[in-house]
Design a protein around this ligand. Sequence first.
Ligand code: F6R
Length: 366
Amino acid sequence: SKGDYPHYMLKEIHEQSTALRQTLSMALTDERIDESCLGDNAANILAGIEAVQICACGTSYHAGLVGRHLIETLAKRPCWVEHASEFRYRDPVVPANTLFVVLSQSGETADTLAALRYARTAGYAASLAICNVASSSLVRESDLQFLTQAGPEIGVASTKAFTTQLLGLDILALLLARHNGMDAITEAAITKHSLKKACFAVESVLSLDEQIRDIAQQLVDKQHTLFLGRGVMYPIALEGALKLKEISYIHADAYPGGELKHGPLALVDEDMPVIATAPGDKLFAKIQANLQEVEARGGQLFVFTDRPECFTASERCQVITMPHVDDILAPLVYTIPLQLLAYHVSVIRGNNVDQPRNLAKSVTVE
Ligand code: F6R
């Protein structure tokens, strides 16, 4: 049931800190990630892995894009990510000792399942499903499994499944890192100071709700929006744009900030809201410069940042102050306000938030 919430989506947005806590506690034994959270044979399999190929669809694909950054940064292993619907029709060249990873809330997405079945015959070292449904086809047909503990997700727009997938990918990246030279002290510090803080960090940004509703009010009559992010935040811009388009029906595009001047800057004028995620990470100065270009063209900026002092707030540049979080947690934490933004725009426009037109919760046909 929806309890006191008007929509499942809002309930599920609010359930994220609990979902993250449950997902992490399932993976920990004595405060350390226990390899067996991926299955009994996980230690043997992961020890031989040198590269990762991720396949997924939609929101789960965006989680995969974040996963690439985590796996390359923490585990120092190459990682590729592809839409499952495209992967299955390529003739991919399979590098030696590559783990094939599928991400899925439902575990029944036809394209993702077809990609897994194809991969199992194509020479990948092993397969892993990061999935929210224990009894699903993906879980049954893969060698390893990580079960996100998000609980049932009813709203068609995926929220808590996505953030728990991100946590699952953090865990996978740390386990691969353990087999590739990361020392136990570093790993313990990341577990303690990042992963164990995820649920609090996610909880704390829910208090931005009123401010976000005010932004939503400014977006409801727009025809187009542009989401920007850099590095690991680019997939979060993609996810923010997907959430907005699927439940508000406002066209939303997402770009890495550095691509602006290669085309999309031509779209920017006073009718083009630009929503940016700008955490104070190693690319902060880069996104800041990109946003100055937007401002100079008269665009309407909404900036989510933990460095509000670096922006001059005005009617054309509205700044939403985010908490400081570890780089590893930024994708998780910046997702929440973008989910709330899409939610409020959809509600104000009078749409069916939980059942957007033309979409199904589980896409079991190609
Ligand atoms: C968007 C959304 C979809 C799904 C996609 C894959 O909010 O929910 O894009 O993410 O259909 O579904 P799963 O994760 O069940 O494989």
